[in-house]
Design a protein around this ligand. Structure first.
Ligand SMILES: Nc1ncnc2c1ncn2[C@@H]1O[C@H](COP(=O)(O)OP(=O)(O)O)[C@@H](O)[C@H]1O
Ligand SMILES: [Mg+2]
Length: 230
């Protein structure tokens, strides 16, 4: 059995930088010699590229993990429209089944030392009529890395996310202060307000930068090695 825990990368919203951070984490772990796989079990929004329908997140995550885990392995449900996944699923006459996602996760986890799973939208994004991503995190029994986009409103969003995780009994492993917009000035007061209220260490402050630029991150390996799943 692997000595590292898999992790779930959740965000306070869509567009906060979950994929950006997931890919950074994957690259960092793989640079450190850890066979980390990425997963994007549910994705909505696809573009036609040379006649092939592709989802950006799935592509980015495949690439960040060295392309050794293909789209079929890292994703179970993908939809063309840029809309909430449970609505996209219903339009196709299907229902997203957590069991199918769990099976996919196990298949991937068997081939890797750990899996970094990216959610879709926020914590309460529905999967189907009964379940949200919070249920999936609970079922997967994974600790969460919460990506917060530093902008007006983010403190409220981050604290609501923390409360949601706490009430579902899901551990918050770390949080990330991400700057997804080009013209944003670093806001130390907001970072400190978050830091003193979120009950988890800061993994890193990610400035607006190209994915290939290295940024400071706390010792992720130590975090994922020290976490004990219940
Ligand atoms: N730190 C960053 N630096 C530069 N671009 C970023 C950063 N974080 C996010 N982005 C960009 O912002 C957009 C939204 O980020 P993304 O990771 O796709 O968010 P999410 O997965 O939460 O929807 C993408 O175009 C992404 O490349
Ligand atoms: Mg994404």
């Amino acid at each position: 059995m692997s000595s590292y825990t898999s992790i779930f990368v959740a965000g306070t919203d869509t567009g906060v930088g979950k994929t950006h951070v997931t890919c950074r984490i994957l690259r960092r772990l793989r640079e450190q010699g850890i066979n980390a796989a990425g997963a994007k079990p549910v994705a909505s929004g696809m573009q036609s590229v040379n006649g092939e329908w592709l989802n950006e997140d799935i592509q980015a995550i495949c690439e960040a993990a060295g392309s050794q885990f293909g789209p079929e392995l890292i994703n179970q449900y993908r939809y063309k429209p840029y809309i909430a996944p449970h609505i996209a699923a219903a339009e196709r006459g299907e229902t997203i089944d957590m069991g199918v996602i769990m099976d996919g996760f196990r298949r991937l986890a068997a081939r890797a030392e750990l899996v970094v799973v990216e959610g879709a939208g926020g914590l309460m994004t529905p999967l189907n009529e009964q379940h949200t991503f919070l249920h999936l995190m609970r079922r997967l029994n994974l600790p969460v890395i919460l990506v917060v986009a530093i902008r007006l409103g983010c403190i409220n969003h981050a604290l609501l996310a923390q409360q949601g995780l706490e009430s579902a009994g899901i551990p918050l492993l770390a949080w990330v202060a991400n700057y997804p917009a080009a013209d944003t000035v670093r806001d130390i007061a907001v970072e400190e307000s978050l830091g003193s209220r979120l009950n988890a260490p800061l993994l890193g402050v990610i400035p607006w930068s190209s994915a290939s630029v290295n940024v400071e991150m706390a010792d992720l390996v130590r975090l994922i090695a020290s976490h004990e799943n219940d």
